[in-house]
Design a protein around this ligand. Structure first.
Ligand SMILES: [Zn+2]
Ligand SMILES: [Zn+2]
Length: 272
């Protein structure tokens, strides 16, 4: 049985449709024996009607310089889950300019909302939520979209590719991820999500795992918890790993050491 010690994609109540505080999530991670927890609230137009307003995202901007790195024996990483918003792999906030801070003072250098929010973060997860921009796109275009999203400097993980339902070439994405030392995610929250049958998700996630094993691409496991009670609980994902005999050395989130080493190898941050 795989013994996974890192939950690398979770949400606090700052995601607006999630319900726990960061302290409740860290407590829950400690209680189930996690060595590492990454908190990755949504960075997305789904949160606010005026996404241009920096005030709405100040909790994300300040978290990296506020949270302790070690808390209740858990290593706490600070990131976000940014929406992929175009077939070019652009991420939410990259086309939004910010020139003033939250009290109205001008910045010395103007920035994009994306750069301002993510600059101090440990990493970014890139995920597809709203899919309207991909309507009518070809398989190649959607495959390239994921690869381009992964190419952004701070992006370490492609979130829940299994759940998106987009018809993409898993092997091409896994090959690109391996070349960049970045990760594909197996997301526990995808099973039974929004009425999508478990077997549909199961088959897609299995195909992703087979592609990763074939090309040597590393993965992360995540609960995508929107409440603290499910932090660190990956039963369906783990049984899928067992079903395909997934090689343990390709599980970046196996423990704190393996995950931090993978983050370093991706050239994103050295916390080893
Ligand atoms: Zn969410
Ligand atoms: Zn999420």
């Amino acid at each position: 049985m795989y013994d996974i010690k890192c939950d690398t994609h979770t949400h606090t109540f700052y995601s607006r449709h999630a319900y726990s505080t960061i302290q409740e999530n860290v407590r829950a991670a400690a209680d189930v024996g996690m060595e590492l927890l990454a908190s990755t609230d949504h960075f997305s137009a789904m949160l606010w009607t005026d996404p241009e307003n920096l005030k709405n995202y100040q909790y994300l901007a300040v978290a990296p310089s506020t949270w302790p790195r070690e808390w209740m024996g858990v290593t706490l990483l600070c990131g976000c889950e940014a929406d992929i918003v175009s077939l070019n792999g652009d991420l939410f906030g990259q086309d939004i300019a910010v020139s003033e801070n939250i009290v109205g003072d001008s910045f010395n250098h103007s920035s994009t909302l994306y750069d301002y929010i993510t600059r101090k973060m440990d990493y970014v997860i890139a995920s597809v939520h709203g899919k309207a921009f991909a309507n009518g796109a070809s398989r190649t275009e959607m495959t390239d979209m994921y690869i381009k999203a992964l190419e952004h400097e701070k992006v370490f993980i492609l979130g829940h590719v299994g759940r998106s339902g987009l018809d993409v070439d898993f092997k091409a994405i896994a090959t690109a991820a391996k070349d960049m030392n970045k990760l594909l995610e197996v997301n526990e929250h995808s099973f039974g999500f929004n009425g999508v049958q478990d077997d549909v998700t199961h088959d897609r996630c299995r195909d992703i795992l087979l592609a990763c094993a074939e090309v040597g691409c590393k993965i992360s496991l995540a609960t995508d918890a929107h409440i603290s009670t499910i932090i660190g609980k990956f039963e369906k994902s783990k049984s899928l790993l067992e079903e395909v005999h997934f090689p343990e050395e390709l599980i970046a989130g196996l423990n704190r050491e393996t995950f931090l080493r993978a983050l370093k190898e991706a050239g994103i941050k050295d916390l080893t």
